[in-house]
Design a binder for this molecule. Structure first.
Ligand code: GLV
Ligand code: MN
Ligand code: MN
Length: 410
């Protein structure tokens, strides 16, 4: 099947008719539809689909792999994720999964067969959009988060990850590391839409990832006192919104001072009445920086200013780190090998760093991983406007097939 037909088959799932954005949140009906699409797409290709103990999806190209002399050959895995941020774009995650299946089709058209196991993976809750911790499926798989903590994570309605998983027909008691699965993988390669404009500026369709900036998420809850908006004198107020607002501005200032990025993209306001001072406001801070020192400096500055604002406005502050991912340098040998393979296929692929997090970054702590980026003409991502040109997606399929042929078919 062509890339376009595969792409079209996934496109309607979980798309909001009003915004045109995607709401593919873990363990919801939209997520279930995406999981069914993955299973059907794998089965149509004679691949063996399965769901692992952490809700991650796998589609294996089965064949007799064991060399009686050398033992089982280690696998090559490619893929990405199918979940989205609220009103996310079509490409972030799905491009890597659809391209993986299309690259397998292309290898077969060319009469290539793997000499070791080859699988497509789609990781669970990569965005952390429903339960707050990004890359939850790959973290669980690699022992980077306690299963107990994952089970207890809650969504905005208070539903736990465990309860949502159970309702979707999966057993949360089984969550946890799988050293057997991870230990059997030689390399993981994730293709992803670029979430910036570097490739457009370099006039290149494809890039290879060099490193991921360290990044993390913090939750700050300011608790004040609900009161009447029309009668409470300014001096008598304990308004948590004022401290939250100061924190939003502090994030912007700290990011600019330290050459980093910091964003408050989510706020909840209780009780949310037009004519009342809020009782509490929760702000989520997303911060990213070129190195750990600058990330610490940004978050330290924001927390200091949040505390000062809380005192100034007479409100309490409670804060928690939801997730932090250290800087990731992708495996240099795999990166150089991919660049050379692409060059031999006539594809110029500049090497780039990124500020976006990925399962390939989490898995990098356990096995060699690498990433291919597909040009994003505007750089816009985490938005319904996210886009890659069909011609560049086609080059992505060719590039991934070349890399998989090199890694798995020799
Ligand atoms: C994942 O898309 C991230 O937030 O970097
Ligand atoms: Mn994303
Ligand atoms: Mn992604």
């Amino acid at each position: 099947m062509s890339f376009a037909a595969l792409w079209e088959s996934l496109l309607p799932l979980g798309r909001d008719a009003g915004t045109g954005g995607y709401r593919r949140f873990s363990w919801t009906p939209a997520d279930e539809e995406c999981r069914r699409w993955f299973f059907n797409t794998a089965a149509e290709r004679g691949l063996s689909p399965s769901t692992d103990r952490n809700g991650n999806l796998w589609a294996w190209w089965d064949a007799p792999w064991t060399d009686p002399g050398a033992g089982p050959a280690k696998a090559v895995v490619t893929g990405s994720h199918l979940d989205s941020v609220p009103d996310g774009g079509a490409y972030d995650g799905p491009l890597g999964v659809v391209t993986a299946f299309a690259a397998i089709d292309l290898l077969r058209e060319r009469g290539k067969a793997p000499a070791r196991p080859l699988a497509v993976a789609a990781f669970c809750e990569e965005e952390g959009a429903r339960f707050g911790v990004a890359c939850l499926g790959s973290r669980l798989l690699t022992d980077a988060i306690e299963p107990e903590r994952a089970r207890a994570l809650t969504d905005s309605a208070g539903t736990t990850f465990a309860a949502a998983m159970t309702a979707a027909g999966h057993d949360p008691a089984a969550l946890g590391p799988d050293p057997g699965l991870i230990g059997g993988i030689a390399a993981y390669v994730e293709l992803h839409i670029e979430q910036g404009r570097a490739l457009a500026d370099l006039d290149a369709a494809i890039g290879v990832a060099e490193r991921i900036w360290p990044h993390g998420r913090w939750r700050l809850t300011f608790t004040g006192r609900a009161d009447h908006a029309g009668t409470t004198r300014l001096g008598d107020r304990h308004d948590p919104m004022l401290a939250a607002a100061a924190t939003v501005l502090a994030a912007r200032g700290a990011a600019a001072r330290h050459g980093a990025l910091a964003t408050v993209g989510k706020l909840t306001v209780d009780p949310g009445a037009v004519n009342a001072i809020s009782s509490s406001v929760t702000a989520w801070l997303d911060a990213r920086a070129p190195d750990d020192r600058r990330l610490r400096a940004v978050t330290g500055d924001v927390l200091t200013q949040a505390r000062t604002a809380a005192v100034a406005h007479g409100v309490a502050l409670d804060h928690a780190q939801e997730s932090v991912t250290a800087a990731v340098d992708f495996d240099a040998a795999l990166r150089d090998r991919m660049v050379a393979t692409l060059a031999a296929a006539g594809i110029r692929a500049p090497v780039l760093p990124t500020g976006a997090g990925h399962d390939a970054g989490v898995l990098a702590a356990s096995l060699p991983t690498g990433m291919l980026f597909v040009r994003n003409p505007t750089g816009v991502s985490h938005s319904p406007a996210e886009h890659a040109e069909p011609g560049d997606c086609a080059v992505g399929v060719t590039a991934l097939a070349a890399v998989l042929e090199d890694l798995a078919c020799r």
